[in-house]
Structures are given as C-alpha cells and as structure tokens.
Design a protein around this ligand. Structure first.
Ligand SMILES: Nc1ncnc2c1ncn2[C@@H]1O[C@H](COP(=O)(O)OP(=O)(O)OP(=O)(O)O)[C@@H](O)[C@H]1O
Ligand SMILES: [Mg+2]
Length: 356
C-alpha cells in the first residue's frame, strides 16, 4: 500500500524557481505519468519524491506519512533511470541482486528474488551474461529487474526508454505496462513523449514551467483539454489551430461559418484534430468545404495530408488504404461536435454546450 501526496511543493535552485507550487494525490497502485516539455521540472519533481532533492517548501507524503526528512533509502521506492548504469563487470544476476547484497539480505533470499524477477522480465536465460553482451532493450529490462527485486512500494521511472530505438521503445513500453499489471505497485513515470504518456498512464499530469496545466486520464486530456497548451501537446499529429471570431454563438472562418454552441462574441482560437477533418463522402453536410490537397504522406492504412483552404493549411489524418493525389481538390468537413474553442486572450478552453 502506498499513495503519494504532494502538498504545495516548491523547489528553487538558487534564485531560479523550478517547481512553483504543486499539489497532487496519487492513489495506491496508480500509474501516473508526468509529461511536459524539456525543462518543465519533471525530473526535479521525481527526484523530490525520491528524496534525491530537498523541497524548498511543502510536504511530500508516502502512504500518508510526511517523508521530507526521510532519506531516500528509507522511502521504500525504487528508481529506474534513462542511463541504466549497470556494472559492466558483473553478470545480469549480480547486477540485479546488487542492492539486496548491499542491504545484507541472505543469499538464498537474493537468489529467489532475482530468479522471480528474471522470470517476470524474460531474462532467465541471460542471468549469466554481462551487460556488454546484451541488447539495449535487455539492459533496460535488467535495470527494471534491479528495481523489482527490491519490492518497493513505489516505482519511479525517469525517461527509461529514451536510449532505445523506436521499435524497442514500443516493445519495452508494453513490457512496463504488463509489469505494472502484474506487480500492481504505485508507479510514477516521467517522459516528454506524449505518446508514452497516453499509452501508459492511468492519469497524466501535464507540467509546464514548474506548474500543473492539467491532471486527468488520457481521454480527459485528449477530449477535454483545459487550454490551448494541453490541446497542442497531447495528440499526434498535433491539433490544427486557427484564429477566428465568435459571433453570437457562431464561429466565423474566412470560408465558412460553424455553430459553436458558445454564447457571446469575441476573438477566439479554434482547434481541430487532424482526425476530425473528415474527407469525401464521410464529410457531413452542411459543414463541407472544398480544399486543395497539397501534400500526401501515405502510411499504409492511413495517410497524412496537408490541405489548403481560405489561406490556411491544415493537417488531416485520413484513414483507409486508398489515398488522394496531391494537387487535386477534395471535399472536407469540420465536425462541429469535435471543434475545440479557446479564448484568444487567455488560451482557456471555452465550454461547448451543444450535444455531442
Ligand atoms: N541542480 C540544478 N541546479 C540548477 N538548476 C537546475 C538543477 N536541476 C535542474 N535545474 C533546472 O530546473 C529546470 C527543470 O529541470 P528538470 O531536469 O526537472 O527538467 P525536465 O522536465 O526533467 O526536462 P527534460 O525533459 O529535459 O529532462 C531546468 O531549467 C533545469 O535547468
Ligand atoms: Mg528530465
């Protein structure tokens, strides 16, 4: 059992404020991902939870107990880093058991824990090898094994996949998800990759410049982004944005009007995800418009298009194996139910009240 709580956490390095007041409750067994652009404070926040940094102010709670003054080794957490830092001269088995030997556990117990973790990670046949004789993905699994054998209450991961190539990254990502389903420990995972965040998280904490922009399930952040920043960060390819005017509940675009389901008038920014621009016969009346297909990037079962209309370009993600030809004109439609509208001044999402 271990929940993790952050209460008004601040961290300054000298005169630089890095974490600017964060409150968060992570439930026992939850998988929470901290995501955000480089330098937003993800690693710092994780290191504060681990006890590798001291908070400037605020409290950190593990399992309901304030741990601000508890040294890292007594917090019952295990951390997996990006550079797995294995000992090159030790076998996989000795690497995995290293922390347990340091803690003076009996040899038989170490052996049993290492064997169990190796089985969980599919490393049974590699226990006698040295790190130099392993692939990157296998090394990362050994690093995870070293954390698992300690049977911590909380796992902390700091960009554990960033040293792996794209294919391995997907594979190990799936393994981490499986692992969490098997061992059911609280996990906090740091990444700057929104795809990793979406695929792994029970809940995502999106950070920017030392503050929380939004906390929620991947679906919450994708479908109901709190503001333009969240909307642009989550989703790949990224949401299309366009300045527009709200006039008595209608969005006025240079080439058409759309019902917005929002009262009032003023400057807004609209957001449309590439998959919400429907093409051809799928484009529902009355929100159809014709656009020039400028670029087609076929990707097998889908294609990414760049289309031009009314002096603007949009990215479109088109499902299906038959792809349009660049240079032709095609019908598209904006589905008003999937339109995001942001206050142009504040960037906050404006609640759309129409039926979805
Ligand atoms: N020991 C330190 N002394 C001074 N500044 C620091 C220190 N550690 C981190 N910082 C600064 O704090 C900010 C947040 O750093 P942090 O490493 O937490 O970012 P991050 O979100 O993990 O970024 P990345 O995605 O690049 O790993 C950065 O501006 C960084 O330069
Ligand atoms: Mg970092």
């Amino acid at each position: 059992m271990a929940s993790v709580g952050l209460r008004a956490i601040r961290k300054d390095f000298g005169r630089t404020q890095v974490i600017k007041g964060i409150d968060l409750d992570i439930a026992d067994q939850e998988f929470v991902v901290f995501v955000g652009p480089s330098g937003c404070g993800k690693s710092t926040l994780l290191r504060l939870i681990a006890g590798l940094e001291d908070a400037t102010s605020g409290d950190i709670l593990i399992d309901g107990r304030v741990v601000n003054n508890v040294p890292p080794k007594d917090r019952n957490i295990a951390m997996v880093f990006q550079n797995y830092a294995l000992y090159p001269h030790m076998t996989v088995a000795r690497n995995m058991g290293f922390g347990l030997r340091a803690a003076r556990l009996p040899a038989a117990e170490i052996d049993q824990r290492v064997t169990a973790a190796a089985r969980m990670l599919g490393l049974e046949n590699l226990l006698h090898r040295r790190p130099g004789e392993l692939s990157g993905g296998q090394r990362q699994r050994v690093a995870m094994g070293r954390a698992i054998v300690r049977d911590p209450q909380v796992f902390l991961f700091d960009e554990p996949l960033s040293n792996l190539d794209a294919q391995l990254r997907n594979q190990v990502r799936t393994e981490i998800k499986k692992l969490h389903q098997d061992v059911r420990r609280t996990a906090i995972y740091v990444t700057h990759d929104q795809v990793e965040a979406m695929t792994l998280a029970d809940r995502i904490v999106l950070l920017r410049d030392g503050r929380v922009e939004q906390v929620g399930t991947p679906t919450d952040l994708f479908e109901r982004p709190a503001n333009r920043f969240v909307a642009g960060f989550i989703g790949s390819p990224a949401m299309n944005f366009l300045s527009a005017t709200l006039e008595n509940g209608e969005i006025v675009l240079p080439w058409m009007r759309l019902p917005a389901g929002i009262a009032g008038s003023g400057a807004v920014e609209i957001g449309i995800r590439p998959e919400d621009l429907l093409a051809g016969d799928a484009a529902p009346e009355p929100y159809r418009f014709e656009a020039l297909v400028r670029v087609v990037e076929p990707m097998g079962s889908e294609a990414l298009l760049v289309i031009a209309v009314g002096g603007h370009e949009f990215q479109v993600r088109l499902m299906g194996r038959i792809h349009p030809i660049a240079g032709t004109r095609m019908l598209f439609a904006i589905n008003p139910a999937e339109l995001h509208v942001f206050d142009a001044a504040t960037g906050q999402s404006m609640p759309v009240v129409q039926a979805r």
